[in-house]
Design a protein around this ligand. Sequence first.
Ligand code: NFS
Length: 653
Amino acid sequence: MAAPKPLIRPEDITICESTQQMISKARRDGVELFFDRAAEMKPCPIGADSACCKHCSMGPCRMNPSDPYRKVGVCGASIDTISARNFGRMVAAGTAAHTDHGMAMLELFRGVIEGTITDFQIKDHLKLHEVAASLDIETNGRAIEEVARDVYRELEKTYTQVEGEIPLVKRVPAKTLETWRREGIVPRGAMREIMEMMHRTAIGVDQDYENLAKQISRTALADGWGGSMVSTDISDILFGTPAPVEISVDLGVLKEDQVNIIVHGHEPSLLESMMVSTAAPSLQAMAREAGAKGINLVGMCCSGLEVLSRHGIPHAGNFSSTEAALVTGAVDAMTVDIQCIKQDLHKVAGCYDTVFVTTNYRAKIEGALHIELDEHDPLKCTDEIVIKAIGRFKNRSQPIEIPRRVSRGVHGFSHEYIKYMLGGSFRGGYEPLNDNIINGRIRGVAGVVGCTNPRSKQDFSHVELVKELIKNDVLVVQTGCSQVALAKAGLTTPGAAAMAGPGLAEVCETVGIPPVLGLGACVDNSRILMAVAEMVKTGGLGDAIADLPVAGCAPEWMSEKAIAIGQYFVASGVYTVFGHTFPITRETKFEKLLFAGLERQGLGTWGFADSPQDMARLMLAHIDKKRRELGIDKARERVLVGMEDRRSLAANE
Ligand code: NFS
């Protein structure tokens, strides 16, 4: 008989105490979680190094990652061709995810303009005017609908433009754009770029890794400066541009005496509609009749991040905690749309009698209840889900255990707000940020973003990395599941400035901001692009994004979307470090191109490190290198996070 498998301790799986508690409960309940499968299933070593080609039926061909040039594929494809192809397809998939999401937002916008969709409206006229102005669309004296129609037509080109440059590259700093033109990587419409990427990575097409790399950058740029940016702009126009608001994060936001509804996914329309349904007096009354004190609407993952700062909706946790939320037994309904929705959520929900509903025609789950959200009548879907959730509340039979932890933090720092908060309403601008970078109070800016991954201790690298960066006077901007990790760790409060180095702390205390600024969902990485573009245009820190003392990192990434994001940051000129694994064979020409060659072309470059301390070391070294090149460096020691900092953080929580 086989010996029983050792159970990995919850505290080795995650630093999120609520999730630890729910892992223990799931074990008691006999419910399998994705953490268990990650421990059980070893990743394929050849696949992990991207040394396998399965683009035709002569293979799949397996290379030898430890001796990458010993073999070629049956067709003769080299390891460089194979890994560039695989990387290119990841970028194409990630770009497709963001741009298709953006396309859905754009279609919603078109419906609103045409009057066929009436449940959503143009809410933020100022943002519409700003977007119009950035596209050289006349706004003076014109009706909102007319401007909106022109904005729609321009933004549609982000997808459909067959030739020439997409309109949003008007926002790219001139020198960066000049580099792209020289390298032939200015994107056309995303549909064209993704199509060409898929074509060129098919058997027997592009077999020159350098040439493939150009299309990889071009495709990724069609995401960052295209589909993702459209998604952010349209979401702001329709639902409002975020501004800082204090919100609660962690599983403790679930309430035992209320009907708990979680919205998980990525498109804000589902949660926006759910807000209307849960506030409806008739449904509120129905909930009370069922014995509930009210209806508690909670977000998870990027859906939650889209609305937390717009409306102060509480957030239950990031990607690795979605099953944990169900294990509480307190969730009456979990409703999902697209992206990052694990198939097993349906099964775990079933173990706790939670109503689990898919709502988008693009993302059904076999066996799961599907109630489609039609934007022409969204309440039909969300009202029905609320009624089902109330029904589940009434018949609750599962023991409930809700972790008590809740962290309060300030989120909602759009790039527009950063401008305002630093400069004030009369002289809004990025000058104060640039000045503080030049005078050395702020050493640089780092974007720490991306997923959590069950193969990496949940939240650990995000939190340790950010602590180290702020300790070294680096202002951190965040999106996605990383932002949720830091919120749970208590670093998104102004009081967290106590954890920062003296220069950054002084700036934070003067302005009244946390040292860690949450900008929103993963598509809102476009806000970071806009922020770095503003920094260049403001002056004093070089002429291109590649000149800035900035760096990016996705320490616990898992999605192809993260690879697309990483590549568009790199192509935009940002040094970007990924943690825990990187889909490439070491010591190959393609690796050298990504990790050094692109920088020589005037773009950014990739970096990789295992531990958060090494990630911080690489990022700080890059920031210091850029400061030296700009002539604004001052010799400084790297400061390590010590026990005292941890105590001040604990006191602050
Ligand atoms: Ni981003 Fe949002 Fe999270 Fe990763 Fe998934 S939720 S789009 S992909 S896991 S950060």
